[in-house]
Design a protein around this ligand. Structure first.
Ligand code: 16G
Ligand code: ZN
Length: 568
C-alpha cells in the first residue's frame, strides 16, 4: 500500500508488522481453522453490530475480536485503504468491552458492512470459512489486494488481550497492521484519516495529533482579549479512562494560558464508575472525585474520550449542566459571526436528534436563524447529514459531536485567509481556518471539542454562566421500560413518532396535549434491551408526570416485562 510508506517509521509506537500468510495470497483454510480454534465462539451466542459496534461483557468477545480482525482485512482489501479497529466499550462499565471498525476517512463503518460484521461474528466454527468466502463474493473483495489495519484500545483491563485477538485475525489473512496501543477513539479515527489522505489531514502519529491541535489552539487564543496575561483554569473529569493519559501526554504542547486540572485519572477508581460524561448527563449531577467550587468551569469526558459535557455549580450550590446542545449552540453562534464577516455564501446548518432540548432547537432556528435538521440517534446518522452542508455542526445531547467543513468551504476559507485584501475579512478567515485545524472532523472528540470551546470562550470573553444563559433548558426526563421484544416498537420521523404497536402514538399524543411546552417520544435502544422514553414540559413536575404516563403506555401496549413503571 503506497500510503504506508509515506508515514515516518520513527516514533517508538509505530511498528508495522506483516501477518503470517503472504499478503495477497488466497486464504489458507487450514490456517484459519487452526487460529479460529484459539478464539472459539461460544456455540449459540449471537451478537449484533449495533450503533456503536459490538458491545457486551468482555469475556464474551474473544472470538468477535479475532473475527473483526478478519473483517478489517476484507474491508481494507475491498476499499484499498487502511481500516481502523478500536477496542472499547466507551461509557459502559469497566467489565464490558466492545469493538468498532473505522472506515478510510475516519468515519464509522459503512452500514452495508455492519451486516457482514454480524454474520461473521455469529458464524459457528464450521461455517466460518464459508462465511468469509461469502462476504468476499458479496462485497467484491479482491483477495489479491494488499491490506492494512490500524489498531487502538482503551484502558480497560480486558482491552490488551482482546486487541491481541484482533491481531491474530489480521495475521491469518496476511495483512499489515500498526498497533497504536492506548489511544482515545477519536485519535484512532484521526490516524486512519491521515493515513488515507497521504498526510493531508495531518501526521498519523500521536505527536502529529498533539502538534496539529495545539498549534491551531495557540493561533486562536493569541487574538483573545487579555491573552498572555490571564490564565484559564479548567477542571476535567476523565472518567478514570484514556482521556487522562492522553491529556497528560498533551499537556507539554498546550500554552501557559490554559491550565487543565485532571481528576478521575484512573489511578484510584474504576472506569466510568460514578463519573464521566454519561454519568453526569444522565444523573444531572457532578461526578464523584471532583471538588467543585462555585462558578468554576468543569467538564467530563467519557471512557474513550469521544464525548464531553461541561457544568458548574452556582453560589447557591445549584448544579448547571451544559450539554451537547449548548455546546453546538456556542459553536454555531461563533461560526455564524465569522461566516458573516468573511461575507461569502457559505451555508451552515445544525444537526440534532430527537433528544435535543426543545429550547436549543428554538434558539437555533428562531434567534440565530440557522437551519436545524433532526436525524435518528447514533453518530453515523448525524455525521452523514452534516456532510450535506458547507458547514455542518452536529451534536448529540449526550455530548458527542463535531463540525464538518465541505472541501469547497475549506478551500475557500484557506484561500481568503491567505489572499483577502480586506483586513477584517482576512482575520475572520484566519480564525475559521484555525477552527478547521482544531476540530476533529472525523468524529466527536472530547479533547478537540474542549479546546474549541475554551478558545471560543476566551475569544468572546464569555464566562461559563454567560454561556449557560444563552437559553434555558426545558425540564426533561429520560426513562427506560423493559418489554418482551423491543422491536415491536417501530418509529418514523427521526424517531419522533411511533408507527407500531397500534395505538401507542395516539396515546402519546393525547398525554402530551395535557401539558404546556410538552413533547415526548419512545424508541427501542440500540445498545440495551430496553425501550427509552423521553419527555419534556414546562415544569419538572409536569415532565416527570408525562414521562411516567408515557412509560405506562409503553408497558401496556408494547408488552412490558416485570413490574409496571413506578411514578418518579
Ligand atoms: C451509541 C451511539 C451514540 C448514541 C447511543 C444511543 C455511536 C458511536 N454511539 O453509544 O451516538 O447516542 O448509542 O444509545 O454511534 P441507545 O440506542 O441505547 O439509546
Ligand atoms: Zn465514547
Amino acid at each position: 500500500m503506497a500510503g504506508l510508506r509515506d508515514v515516518p517509521a520513527a516514533s517508538p509506537e509505530r511498528r508495522l508488522r506483516k501477518g503470517s500468510a503472504a499478503a495477497g495470497a488466497e486464504m489458507d483454510s487450514e490456517t484459519l481453522k487452526k487460529y479460529s480454534a484459539l478464539h472459539p465462539k461460544p456455540p449459540g451466542l449471537t451478537l449484533q453490530y449495533g450503533t456503536a459496534g459490538f458491545r457486551t461483557k468482555a469475556e464474551q468477545l474473544d472470538h468477535v475480536m479475532f473475527r473483526m480482525g478478519l473483517l478489517a482485512i476484507l474491508r481494507s482489501k475491498a476499499v484499498a485503504s487502511t481500516i481502523g479497529i478500536m477496542v472499547t466499550a466507551s461509557h459502559n462499565p469497566e467489565e464490558d468491552n466492545g469493538v468498532k471498525l473505522v472506515d478510510p476517512l475516519g468515519e464509522m463503518l459503512h452500514p452495508s458492512w455492519e451486516e457482514y460484521a454480524t454474520q461473521l461474528a455469529n458464524a459457528e466454527e464450521q461455517e466460518l470459512q464459508e462465511t468469509v468466502t461469502d462476504i468476499c463474493e458479496k462485497a467484491a473483495v479482491n483477495q489479491h489486494k494488499d491490506a492494512s489495519v490500524f489498531i487502538g484500545r482503551d484502558t480497560r483491563p480486558s482491552s490488551e488481550k482482546l486487541s491481541r485477538s484482533v491481531i491474530d485475525g489480521i495475521s491469518v489473512l496476511g495483512g499489515q497492521y500498526h498497533d497504536y496501543g492506548l489511544v482515545t477513539t477519536p485519535q484512532l479515527h484521526y490516524m486512519v484519516c491521515c493515513q488515507n489522505t497521504q498526510g493531508q489531514y495531518g501526521k498519523a502519529t500521536l505527536e502529529g495529533y498533539y502538534e496539529k491541535l495545539s498549534k491551531a489552539f495557540m493561533e486562536l487564543i493569541k487574538k483573545s482579549p487579555g491573552s498572555g496575561e490571564s490564565q484559564r483554569h479548567l477542571k476535567i473529569d476523565c472518567a478514570n479512562g484514556i482521556g487522562a493519559l492522553k491529556l497528560s501526554e498533551m499537556q507539554p504542547y498546550l500554552p501557559q494560558e490554559l491550565l487543565i486540572h485532571l481528576y478521575n485519572d484512573g489511578t484510584k477508581e474504576k472506569l466510568n464508575y460514578l463519573c464521566g460524561a454519561d454519568f453526569v448527563k444522565v444523573h444531572q449531577k457532578p461526578p464523584r472525585g471532583l471538588d467543585m467550587k462555585p462558578n468554576e468551569r468543569c467538564c467530563s469526558f467519557d471512557g474513550d474520550a469521544d464525548r464531553i459535557v461541561y457544568y458548574y455549580k452556582d453560589e447557591t450550590g445549584h448544579f448547571h449542566l451544559i450539554d451537547g446542545d449548548k455546546i453546538a449552540t456556542l459553536i454555531s453562534i461563533f461560526l455564524k459571526e465569522l461566516l458573516a464577516k468573511v461575507g461569502q455564501t457559505i451555508k451552515m446548518a445544525v444537526v440534532q436528534t430527537a433528544y435535543a432540548n426543545g429550547s436549543s432547537t428554538r434558539y437555533l432556528e428562531e434567534t440565530l436563524k440557522v437551519p436545524v435538521h433532526c436525524v435518528k440517534t447514533g453518530v453515523k446518522h448525524l455525521h452523514h447529514k452534516a456532510q450535506e452542508f458547507d458547514v455542518g455542526v452536529y451534536f448529540e445531547a449526550n455530548g458527542h459531536g463535531t463540525v464538518l467543513f465541505s472541501k469547497a468551504a475549506e478551500t475557500k476559507i484557506r484561500q481568503l485567509a491567505k489572499e483577502e485584501k480586506d483586513d477584517e475579512k482576512r482575520e475572520a478567515a484566519k480564525v475559521l481556518e484555525n477552527m478547521i485545524n482544531l476540530i476533529n472532523q472525523t468524529v466527536g472528540d472530547a479533547i478537540s471539542d474542549m479546546l474549541v470551546i475554551e478558545a471560543i470562550l476566551a475569544l468572546k470573553g464569555l464566562s461559563v454562566q454567560q454561556w449557560d444563559a444563552i437559553y434555558t433548558d426545558l425540564p426533561n426526563r429520560l426513562l427506560k421500560v423493559q418489554v418482551t421484544d423491543r422491536q415491536v416498537i417501530d418509529t418514523t420521523d427521526a424517531e419522533r413518532r411511533a408507527v407500531t404497536p397500534p395505538g401507542l402514538q395516539e396515546k402519546i399524543d393525547a398525554l402530551v396535549k395535557k401539558y404546556k411546552l410538552s413533547r415526548a417520544f419512545v424508541r427501542p435502544s440500540g445498545t440495551e434491551d430496553v425501550v427509552r422514553i423521553y419527555a419534556e414540559a414546562d415544569t419538572q413536575e409536569n415532565t416527570d408526570a408525562l414521562a411516567h404516563e408515557v412509560s405506562l403506555a409503553v408497558y401496556h401496549l408494547a408488552g412490558g416485562r416485570g413490574e409496571p413503571p413506578q411514578p418518579i
